[in-house]
Write a protein that binds this ligand. Structure first.
Ligand code: MTE
Ligand code: MO
Length: 378
């Protein structure tokens, strides 16, 4: 059984699949902390978790055009390159997928909105490593990232990102060996993973085994035949995965996390219900506003935001952390029900689609319509 050596997991997790292990925390727990604790950070594994002995661990780097290859131990990397960190969200392309099922069934794990988290990732800059190997940025090459996790045919998990993202010092792509100041746990990629801020979770390759600089994207199923979105009229009988580009930057989204949409009854004190959620936009875009309505859009109210501020921690175009938001919703004395909607606006003034109806796609990825939660009041 390839799953006989899996790590211990948080019993609070809501398990979407046991083997391979896929789980997310309860939504309301997710917004208790700006930095998501490791034990509440969702886990998305496609394959069994590899058991890596740090004494034997090696990262191989290959430059296809010159044939140059080099291997590094974790200590080599730590010694040779400057230590750096980034606060960044990792969000699964299928985050909030289950909400799309309301339109028409989609294929994939039924994630709610907690298949994401915001952590401090520490490691080395990928651009430092590649520069030291003589790599220069160009607009047509790719960085193929391969994990040590392998399928039954011995094919490793692999995806790729554009080389230009990896080489951009403002792209903040790092090879991380720490999460929130501690060595990575097995589930999150021990001993080394790639963090690609602003980019869909699937490219944040865990248990990093090999990096290849190539003229081509990864040929893997995960790059070519998944993590792509199509028109609502494209279905399994007519889909051609070659026609869509791989998802890289994630679109703007927000989710109401508390009250948890699964807690169907809320007790009201002092005539207010506190509503909390997160908002995030890929590509380094900042969240500039979160609008909330509790009368189906007749009136909108602006939520209070908690986020890293410009200047000190981040600069324009490098907003890779999420924004937490809060709003107090007034409740009438004998009110029995309230429905709350949220929509975020990012620094490109992009905002979320109103419903999932016209953004439905067969894999249920980039599901970013307004978040809507209805609760009974007692
Ligand atoms: N890397 C490897 N090697 N194997 C995987 O299955 N899953 C990817 C990505 N990196 C995966 C991987 C996907 S789809 C997501 S959403 C994120 O890891 C999840 O990261 P996490 O489990 O640390 O939350
Ligand atoms: Mo994912």
């Amino acid at each position: 059984n390839p799953y006989s050596n899996e790590p211990e997991r948080n019993p609070e997790f809501i398990v979407r699949l046991e083997q391979p292990y896929n789980a997310e925390p309860p939504l309301s727990k997710l917004v208790e902390n700006f930095i998501t604790p490791v034990e509440l950070f969702y886990v998305r594994n496609h394959l069994p978790v590899p058991n890596i002995d740090i004494k034997e661990y090696e990262l191989e780097v290959e430059i296809e055009s010159t044939g140059k290859t080099k291997t590094f131990s974790l200590n080599d990397l730590k010694k040779k390159f400057e230590k750096t960190g980034v606060v960044a969200v990792v969000m699964c392309g299928g985050n909030r997928r289950s909400e799309m099922n309301g339109v028409k069934e989609v294929r994939g794990l039924a994630w709610s909105g907690a298949a994401c988290g915001n952590a401090v990732w520490t490691g080395i800059r990928l651009c430092d490593l590649l520069s030291a190997m003589g790599v220069k940025s160009d607009e047509s090459s790719h960085v193929i990232l391969e994990g040590y996790d392998r399928d039954p045919t011995y094919t490793p998990y692999a995806t790729s990102i554009p080389l230009s993202k990896a080489m951009d010092p403002r792209g903040d792509v790092i090879l991380a060996y720490e999460m929130n100041g501690e060595p990575l746990t097995r589930d999150h990629g021990f001993p080394l993973r790639c963090i690609v801020p602003g980019v869909v979770g699937a490219r944040n390759v865990k248990w990093l085994g090999k990096i290849t600089i190539s003229k081509n994207e990864a040929e893997s199923h995960w790059q070519q035949g998944d993590y792509k979105a199509f028109s609502p009229s494209t279905d399994w009988d007519n889909v051609d995965f070659k026609t869509a580009p791989a998802i890289q930057n994630m679109p703007v989204t927000s989710a109401i996390c508390s009250p948890n949409p699964n807690d169907h009854e809320i007790k009201i004190v002092d005539g207010f219900m506190e509503v909390k959620g997160y908002a995030y936009s890929g590509g380094g875009n900042k969240i500039i506003r979160v609008d909330v309505t509790y009368d189906q859009g007749k009136t909108w109210h602006i939520a209070d935001l908690q986020q890293l501020s410009d200047g000190e921690n981040v600069s324009a175009g490098r907003h890779y952390a999420w924004t937490l938001w809060t709003i107090r919703v007034p409740i009438e004395k004998d009110q029995k029900y309230v429905e709350v909607w949220s929509k975020a606006v990012d620094s490109n003034y992009n905002c979320q689609p109103e419903t999932f109806k016209n953004t439905w796609n067969l894999r249920g990825v980039v599901a970013n319509a307004y978040s809507r939660v209805g609760v009974n009041l007692i």
